[in-house]
Ligand binder design. Sequence first.
Ligand code: GDP
Length: 361
Amino acid sequence: MDHPENDELYKGLKVNKGISNAPAINPYLKKRVQRKQYTPAEFVEGILKGNITILSQAVTLVESSLYEHQQTAQEIIEKCLPHAGKSIRVGITGVPGAGKSTSIDAFGIHLLDRGHKLAVLAIDPSSERTKGSILGDKTRMEELSRRENAFIRPSPSAGSLGGVARKTRETIILCEAAGFDTVFVETVGVGQSETAVHSMVDFFLLIQLAGTGDELQGIKRGIMEMADGIVINKADGDNIEKAKLAAAQFKNALHLFPPAESGWDPRVLTYSGYYNTGIKEIWDMVEAYISFTKQNGFFDKKRNEQAKYWMYESIDESLRKSFYNNPAVIKELARMEQMVLNNEISSFMAAKRMMDIQKIV
Ligand code: GDP
C-alpha cells in the first residue's frame, strides 16, 4: 500500500503514485546575456573609437533621469568635449507630412556617398503623447537606417522641451566625439521646438510644400526669420510649376525681412526628396553658408553665443529642479495655490513665500 488513502476503507478514491514535477526553469532557455557595465573611461574610449553600441548606451545614460546615470553621463560628456565641435550641425523643420524623413533619407545618402558620417537626432517634446512617433517608426529613413555610417536616434521622449533639448545637445557632443562630421537635428514644425533646435545648429533648413497659393499663411514669421534656407519639397510631376510659384512667393516674402546678422541671404530652392532631384543643390547651399560664415566670423560667434545660452539654460533648469524637488516646497505648493485661487493671497506674495520656504530649508 503506497498511500494510506488507497485503503479499502475509502471507496471511490484512488490515489496514484505521483511523478516528479517539471523543473520550474526551462533548462533549454539560453541564459540572458548581461549587458556589460562600462566605466566612464571605457565609455569614452569606445566613443572615441567610433563604437556605435557604446555610443548608443552612453546616449541612453544622457537620456536617463536616474541620478547615477546622470552623474556618469556628465563625466563622459566632459571627457568627450575636447573632441567635439567639429561637425556641421543642421536643423531641419517642417510640418508633419512635409517630407522630412524622406528628405533626410535623401540628404543623408547624398552625404554618405561622399564619405561623410551622419548622425540624425530629433527634438519632439510631444513624443511622450504620441508614443515617440517621430523617428521612432522603423519605416522612416529606411535607406539611411541600413547604412553603417549613419546613426539615427529618436527624440528623448520624456520631460519638458528644455530638458529634451538639453539631452539632444549633449548627444550631439557624444556623436561628434564618435567621429560624426555631420549632425541633423529634426523637429516638427509646430510650437517652440524650432527655437530650441535653432539654438544648437549652424544652419536652419525649413521644408515647405507648395499648395493652395497662399503658402505664406500659417507659417510663423519667427520660423521664417530663423531659416537660412527654405526648400520646397515635392517638386515633381504636376507639382513642379506650383513649387516654382511657391518658391517665388517665399523669395519675395524674405525681402521684407531685415538682413540677417550672419550677412547671408537666405536662399529658396525646390526639390523632390522622393525622386531625389535637387538634393545636391541643397547641400551645396549648406556648404556655401558654412564657408561664408566661417570667413566673416559669424560661425564662431554663433557657436559661442549658443554655448553661453546653454550655460544659462542649464542653470535655469537645475534651479527649477532643485526648487520643485524640495520637500518643503512640495508640501506647501498645493496649499499656496489654493490660497491664490481663493483670493486669500496675491500670486506675487505666494511666490515670494514659496521662495522663502525654499531658502529656510
Ligand atoms: P514627414 O512627416 O515630414 O517626415 O514626411 P514624410 O517624409 O513621412 O512624407 C510624407 C508623405 O509625403 C509620404 O507619403 C511621402 O512618400 C511623401 N513624400 C515625401 N517626399 C516627397 C516628394 O518629394 N514627392 C512626393 N510626390 N511625395 C513625397
